[in-house]
Design a protein around this ligand. Sequence first.
Ligand code: ASP
Length: 316
Amino acid sequence: MKFITRLFISFLLLSSLLLAQNKFGIVIHGGAGVIKNLPPEIEKEYISKLSEALEAGYKILQNDGSSLDAITAAINILEDSPLFNAGKGAVLTENGIAELDASIMDGKTLKAGAVAGVHHVKNPINLARLIMEKSPHVMMIGKGAEEFGKLFNIELVDSTYFITKERWNQYLKLKDTLEKHGTVGAVALDKSGNLAAGTSTGGMIMKKFGRVGDSPIIGAGTYANNNTCAVSGTGHGEYFIRLCIAKDISSLMEYKNLSLEEAANQVINKLTNLGGTGGVIAIDRYGNIAMPFNTDGMFRGYYLSDGNKIIKIYKE
Ligand code: ASP
């Protein structure tokens, strides 16, 4: 090959690499499920909270912040909102208490942190991150996890903090208007090309105390790998665990060279075939995104470096 042709090809490769590296974006979800005909004022509330979370994450990415910081900020906003089934407003167990799960993963190092069955941690995603960054472990549960958080001044609250009037009435009536979904999650790609994923939840309504879903399980509800993608799931956790949903999407990309969209759709088809319900949000290292689900709706949205900001609730 002529020197000049080689030079030209190298230039093309380098510029596309640089371009890809400067791309960034965040995708979030606020749960999937039977979400039908919400009254306009409620719909507005959801959209405005999802928008606030997207803006917070986007700003961090735009200012050269990390994908981990971006997803943590976005998830904190959704955890603090009573609208979602995570942090304040989490669904209640059979015993009438909020029992929270969360996990986080860093696509650059494949480090991960997870927490399950905590009753006093205001923002479980922050404790998951602490476990990832400050302990030699990946997952901690219950009291021990809370004790660990205390060492680092994690914010603890009385267990009644999580219980909103709506969730309590829902618990009493055993009837669910927004169904048993509303888990929150975020995935992001930062300017340095690092991917991160996080998920936080109260789990399934009326779950048996001690039940752990997919959200705190790395590979099931959360996964991130800089070579492939970052994924956060929401839905019937038992199916997500059995299918290793989040890792399966990454593996299909890694071993079968599928695109993010193909991989995510294929895995959601597997979920449907097994009788499970739910959806995922995902972003790959080039900034492509996917948000497939097999339920009536999924609170979801993205904000990408090309300026595209979209929030959706229902099926297209
Ligand atoms: N996946 C969560 C769980 O099973 C619940 C949800 O996403 O709605 O705990």
